[in-house]
Design a binder for this molecule. Sequence first.
Ligand code: SF4
Length: 211
Amino acid sequence: MIKATSHTTMKQNELSRLEKTLREAILIDENKLADEIKYIGFKCRRCSRCCREEFGDNTVAIFPFEIKKICRIHGLKWREIVLPAPSQDVDPEGNIHTFEWVLRKKEDCIFLENGLCKIYGCRPYICRTYPFYLLDGKLMVSECGGIGCPISSKDSIKIALLLKERYIAEIKESISLLGKFRGFKPGGKGNVCVHDSEGEHWMANDADRNR
Ligand code: SF4
């Protein structure tokens, strides 16, 4: 009973923290963000390095609504395009629990073809906003050869708006996920469980068969 109460309290505290973060995220000034991006400078050189494994970690975390959109537009199935993100969390029966989906890779992203993205029009937020991201509402920059190149005000604001949208989507996903999360409990069909904004997805682990 004590355990259950403390679990509930921790969940409520985390939910309150996320709701506060969401209120702050909605107030982010996109024009200020655009000024920062303009000052840093960026132009995509279309080198596709961020999609290829030989140049570093090319893992792409993806939201459930993005997976659905890609599947719908390109006539693909969920498990054809994503895998549960690697995780060290296991339940008492040894099932793996994780909180994220990642795009499948065959070293390079499965959607990279002749240096071009086959799903460009509906590629995930993480690809559309690379090399930028927001951490605790602050602008962060990943390694990229396009950094430092001149950028127009129009393109800066476009990236700023997308970054804000992505950040808000991340927080909303976390809130929905937490609302449905019931802990690392065994009992599903399979040996891997992805906890996301839709609840629990149980499946057999085929991560080694096709990265
Ligand atoms: S989805 Fe497209 S942009 Fe994103 S990593 Fe794959 S090929 Fe690159």
